[in-house]
Design a protein around this ligand. Structure first.
Ligand code: HEM
Length: 412
């Protein structure tokens, strides 16, 4: 037992985690007035921590490793088994460079333009529709754009099923039971589909340009000069496609923000700098990723707490983005807070912290921001009504979403 930090008294906190969801760590950090505490989760002692200093510590590769941190059930639904999220050291950095090389500003812009085009196509399809569910539309728009951008062949007849499979993998992360199994089946289908395409590219049955995600994943060689086997290449290509489709969640929250704070609509029409601030505030304010896990690589002491080798440590993403020491009135939605923001990589961590090329921080933040900006631009120029519906979102369902998926009535 760690005598110097608060201990949560419960025999096991797994139930409390399900009940409190995104607020589980934050609630205890404020109750104990401590950046860290120890709790029992899923049968093991876990250190939970929150805030800027905790984030900086968590991203020290000398102290923490990812090996053994992500449970197999998360790997079999969300990440893919033995994928980049579970790697450490040189091997990780080498593979990370591959991901970073796909996310240049030109590539980001190219994808955002494709997303904007797909929104215009979607708008044409809405001509004979009374109402549309924005989350579902975003899922389709993003899946189509992601596949076109990565040059993955995708027939129109497959689009809905493939898009829903990507969503199901993400939807499984906080789930047990049917939602988890749905995610696993979705992953199996997607891995078979993409593996087949990788094999065709390697066998020159599909010819693709070098400067594309499909080519780069198919022919990537690891730090020892070996190609990934076709299955692993598929897993990593899905690590590009799935999260692009997952931007649908932030898009739905952006639409909710436009509805809840309509005063911003006009300003968003022609002020691009403000559009970026708005998108950043959506990523800070609304819940998506709850926390991250890593294991202690070698024993050390921090804030009088002994971190034992192999111990699981959780970093509170949601709570850090709502930490009152870092964000003035954190429970207020206020894009202006990003006007002169310092850019501190450990204070704002909706997609992880630190530097992406040196650690595990998400390489797709630029893509996420550009795609969201393109979509907000589309939405503020679109004429629509928001019919009566349940736009509440749960704080204990992970991942969460407005209950209605955000229904709009396009005006023609
Ligand atoms: C990692 C969130 C979009 C690709 C991560 C991590 C988070 C995250 C929390 C883990 C950071 C860590 O382990 O320290 C999100 C969210 C997104 C998003 C909320 C918006 C929907 C994207 C996009 C891409 C992407 C658009 C690619 C096109 C990845 C990859 C990793 C990752 C490959 C693993 C990085 C590593 O382990 O080194 N993301 N992400 N993500 N993300 Fe994203």
């Amino acid at each position: 037992m760690n005598a110097n930090i608060p201990q949560d008294k419960a025999l096991d906190n797994s139930l409390a985690l399900m009940q409190e969801g995104y607020l589980f760590i934050k609630n205890r950090v404020s109750r104990y007035q401590s950046d860290l505490f120890e709790a029992r989760l899923l049968g093991q002692k876990v250190i939970c921590m929150s805030g800027r200093e905790a984030a900086q510590l968590f991203y020290d590769p000398e102290l923490f490793q990812r090996k053994g941190a992500a449970p197999k059930r998360i790997q079999k639904s969300l990440f893919g088994v033995n994928a980049i999220q579970t790697m450490d050291g040189q091997k990780h950095l080498h593979r990370k460079l591959l991901f970073m090389s796909l996310m240049t500003p030109d590539h980001e812009k190219q994808l955002a333009d494709m997303v904007a085009t797909e929104w215009r196509h979607a708008q044409k399809r809405w001509k004979d529709k009374e109402k549309v569910v924005l989350f579902e539309e975003a899922e389709r728009v993003l899946c189509r754009a992601a596949c076109d951008w990565a040059v993955i062949p995708l027939a129109e007849s497959e689009l809905d099923e493939r898009a829903q499979d990507f969503t199901a993998m993400v939807d499984a992360f906080g789930a047990v039971g049917p939602r988890h199994w749905k995610g696993r089946r979705a992953r199996t289908r997607a891995e078979e589909w993409i593996k087949d395409i990788i094999e065709k590219v390697r066998g020159e049955k599909i010819v693709v340009e070098k400067d594309t995600a499909l080519y780069q994943l198919a022919f990537y060689k690891d730090d020892e000069g070996n190609r990934l086997d076709a299955h692993m290449a598929a897993v990593e290509l899905i690590n590009v496609l799935r999260p692009i489709v997952a931007i649908a969640t932030f898009i739905t929250f952006a639409a909710l923000a436009l509805y809840e704070y309509p005063a911003y609509r006009e300003k968003l029409k022609d002020d691009e700098a403000f559009r970026e601030m708005f998108v950043q505030e959506v990523r800070r304010y609304y819940p998506f990723g709850p926390f991250l896990g890593a294991r202690v690589k070698k024993p050390f002491t921090w804030k009088q707490c002994d971190f034992k080798e192999g111990q699981l440590v959780l970093l509170d993403m949601y709570g850090t983005n709502h930490d009152p020491r870092l964000w003035e009135r954190p429970e207020e939605f206020n894009p202006e807070r990003f006007r002169n923001w310092s850019g501190d990589p450990f204070a704002f961590i909706p997609q992880g912290g630190g530097e992406p090329e040196k650690g595990h921080r998400c390489p797709g933040e630029g893509i996420t921001i550009e795609v969201m900006k393109a979509t907000v631009d589309f939405l503020v120029h679109l004429r629509y009504e928001v019919p009566e519906q349940d736009v509440q979102y749960s704080m204990n369902r992970m991942p969460t979403l407005p209950n209605s998926g955000f229904v709009i009535k396009p005006l023609h």
